[in-house]
Design a binder for this molecule. Structure first.
Ligand SMILES: [Zn+2]
Length: 291
């Protein structure tokens, strides 16, 4: 893991989100847990070597941010937004998050097979959040302040974590840096408003949900990409294109790769994004606000 500020470690080069841990004068705070079992166990041990792990903060409900909680069983407190708790490992029609987590093992973490729980063992204790918030909140641990800011858009329960003492923000999947943006569970109007909130932050370092650590300039790039996606589908709807025609004609895969370990999923991301936007843009205006 990379030490991006003194005592602040981030993993950006593995399959899944960018999990992090922060050493305070009174223990360690983990921000998102690794999806892959061997990475989760390694981070757990590494973090614990610096003191007791006091809290885990889950910034959202997608499995690459929460599945690793299972490997942090003795951490007493896990914090998330209520919406993240409500959707924690809940299947969607045609999508089972547990199977999706297992599916990554042979490709990205073969060693992790022996650490991967049975479905029964996992659901006996997935280690869900025990503290949930509905808006913003502030957590103080030792010498550090963790401002939890509700930034819905990518998912409804999205949180950004700001440590003002270090002028750093962990913004989760509100920012995909240098890789494809996943819109499948999104409300883009809210997302654009949340990006505005991030622009107001007094920070020098932004840790995105995916891709390398960056600064606030990348927020403008993310904003442009979201707007481009929306306007592209809006134009297609205006031309009377069917969803099938959009699937055939529209792709932004020449722009960015999909994040590490998921390179093969380009077409899936594209289809999911078109699906998500097309359904919203074929109803009356103001369209995006309706979700
Ligand atoms: Zn996500």
């Amino acid at each position: 893991m990379d030490e991006v500020r003194k005592g602040i470690f981030v993993e950006t080069k593995t399959h899944g989100c960018n999990p992090a841990y922060v050493i305070t004068s009174d223990g360690v705070v983990v921000i998102d847990t690794p999806q892959l079992p061997t990475k989760a166990v390694k981070m757990y041990e590494e973090a614990k070597a610096h003191g007791a792990i006091k809290y885990i903060i889950n910034t959202e409900l997608h499995i690459d941010h929460i599945f690793g909680n299972y490997y942090f069983q003795d951490v007493e407190h896990i914090i998330s937004h209520q919406a993240t708790f409500d959707g924690f490992m809940v299947p969607d029609p045609g999508f089972d998050p547990f199977d999706y987590a297992h599916d990554a093992i042979p490709r990205s973490d073969p060693e992790g097979e022996k650490l991967f729980p049975s479905r029964e063992d996992y659901f006996a204790n997935p280690h869900k959040p025990d503290i949930t918030i509905d808006g913003d909140a502030t957590l103080r641990v030792g010498n550090k302040t963790f401002q939890l800011i509700h930034t819905p858009g990518h998912t409804p329960g999205q949180l950004a974590v700001v440590i003002p003492e270090d002028k750093i923000a962990f913004v989760g999947d509100t920012l995909f840096h240098g890789c494809q943006t996943w819109l499948h569970a999104s409300n883009v109007d809210q997302w654009l408003e949340s990006l505005d909130k991030l622009l107001d932050l007094d920070v020098d370092i932004i840790v995105p949900g995916h891709g390398p650590v960056c600064n606030k300039q990348e927020i403008y790039v993310q904003r442009a990409f979201l707007m481009e996606w929306v306007s592209t589908i809006a134009v297609a709807v205006g031309k009377g294109w069917s969803k099938e025609k959009c699937f055939k004609e529209i792709s932004f895969l020449d722009r960015f790769p999909v994040d590490i370990g998921q390179e093969y999923m380009g077409e899936t991301v594209t289809r999911n994004n078109i699906n998500s936007l097309y359904d919203k843009l074929t109803v009356k205006m103001p369209v995006m606000k309706k979700l």
